[in-house]
Design a protein around this ligand. Structure first.
Ligand code: AMP
Length: 441
């Protein structure tokens, strides 16, 4: 049996570990919190900081791991894949150099520019405030302000949304340099408007195989309002597209990803792992918001449960450079994922409250449950300030998947919890279709 190291203890990683275990692997997990779902599935686990490369590599060696799947981005930036490769452990997760597609927004935009990746945006990158200020005062369009490096998904501010006017744009850019947010450096991109969607792909260095499209909901509250979060829930459709997107537009997103994978290969940093593309469908076509160097969270929980091919085999193909379209299959099912979060998540979250899950009830509802940022302590499961558990309804049609998700949510209880119930419902999807129709006009 294959011994596989998995890194990370969130909802995304619970989905990864479940897929690996389903594929017959003995899974050993390095995670910082005691995720009860992962702990139960794993042959062994160790509570370690995921960016502590020395200790993770040591644990991988002790466990006899032959392969590793790295969940979050921070260990990739810390060079975990490079170190595992050095000791002969193949990695689903790019090297530090290839992960720059996520860890440096400047690297990503420059690469897309040099290789003419379709859907790139007008942008400029700065390493000091004065130059950025001069550029901003000359602007004739609105911008999105992005710290160059990793900020845990909380660094991007958009003019017209989070930033009211040019003085506010300047204030935020100054703050990025003064506080060194994301490593001090800023990318200013043209602001675009439209519907966002996610395309994830398995990449083996040269080739890539796309997964079904997913739409996440970043805003904290129903109706897509409130502060941005890590993602409150997501859905995918039985035809693997989304209701507001055409086949041609999907093809454009795939082409952008293929061109990027080829560019990284040409640059001498072949990309082996999961590539995540965040796109926006606008009045002028499909545009790239950003790339991430790992599965999305929640998006991993939409695609992995309907993966029909053995995920261990796919991981081996990623590592050996033998992935092909014919080697990957997904069930033609729809999925709806809703995250149960502590009240106040996205602002001031109420943490350390017990949460109860009746797993049998969830299963009987036609749903799967993934534990996220919770901790198991003396038989109790406690919430943290981040997302607690995700429930994923799976069915042949979206409507039934949404109903299954809601049925299953009744088996999750606790105090001070919040769920965005609108995700996957007809009303919000109709609104997105109508919005896209008016943008297209
Ligand atoms: P990111 O961290 O790059 O995914 O950005 C977070 C969010 O900011 C995205 O999901 C978008 O909603 C928004 N955003 C990022 N870049 C732009 C842009 N160039 N124009 C408009 N909105 C953007």
């Amino acid at each position: 049996m294959k011994r596989v190291l998995a890194v990370g203890g969130g909802g995304r990683e619970h989905a990864i570990v479940k897929a690996l275990a389903r594929g017959g692997a003995d899974v050993f997990v390095a995670m910082k919190n005691r995720n009860p779902g992962i702990a139960r599935l794993a042959r062994g686990f160790k509570l370690i900081k995921e960016t502590d490369v020395d200790r993770v590599v040591q644990f991988a060696k002790e466990s006899g791991a032959e392969l590793a799947v790295i969940g979050p981005e921070a260990p990739l930036e810390a060079g975990l894949a490079d170190r595992l490769l050095e000791v002969g452990i193949g990695c689903v997760g790019p090297t530090k150099s290839a992960a720059r597609i996520e860890t440096s927004k400047k690297f990503a935009r420059d690469l897309m520019h040099r290789y003419r990746v379709p859907g790139n945006l007008r942008y400029a990158a700065f390493d000091n405030f004065e130059d950025a200020r001069r550029y901003i005062l000359d602007l004739d369009h609105e911008v999105a302000v992005k710290p160059t490096g990793l900020t845990g998904g909380k660094g991007v501010k958009v003019q017209g949304e989070h930033l009211k006017d040019i003085p506010e744009v300047l204030d935020y850019v100054r703050e990025i340099f003064e506080k060194g947010i994301g490593g001090a450096g800023v990318v200013l991109e043209e602001r675009i408007q439209g519907e966002e969607f996610t395309l994830q792909a398995f990449c083996d260095g040269r080739s890539m195989v796309p997964m079904p499209l997913v739409q996440d909901h970043k805003r904290a509250f129903e109706g897509d309002v409130g502060p941005n979060t890590g993602g409150m829930g997501s859905y995918s459709m039985e035809d693997h597209l989304l209701p507001f997107i055409t086949k041609g537009e999907h093809e454009k997103a795939v082409e952008a990803m293929r061109t990027t994978v080829a560019a990284l290969h040409k640059e001498g940093c072949p990309y082996q792992g999961i590539l995540y593309g965040q796109f926006m469908l606008t009045s002028t076509g499909v545009k790239i918001i950003e790339f991430n160097s790992r599965f999305g969270d929640p998006e991993a929980m939409n695609v992995l449960p309907i993966l029909q091919t053995n995920f261990v085999e796919i991981s081996e193909r990623i590592v050996s450079g033998t992935i092909s379209l014919a080697s990957v299959e997904f069930a033609r099912k729809a999925t709806v994922c809703k995250y149960v979060v502590p009240e106040g998540y996205g602002m001031q979250a109420k943490a350390d409250r017990p949460i109860h899950v009746d797993e049998k009830g969830v299963e009987m509802s036609g749903a799967e449950l993934f534990y996220a940022a919770v901790n198991e302590e003396s038989g109790r499961i406690l919430t943290s300030t981040s997302r607690a558990v995700a429930v994923v309804g799976i069915a042949s049609h979206l409507e039934d998947a949404e109903k299954a998700c809601e049925r299953a949510l009744r088996f999750v209880s606790g105090e001070a919890l919040y769920v965005r119930h609108d995700i996957g419902k007809k009303e919000i999807i109709q609104k997105k279709i109508a919005r896209m129709q008016s943008i297209r006009k």
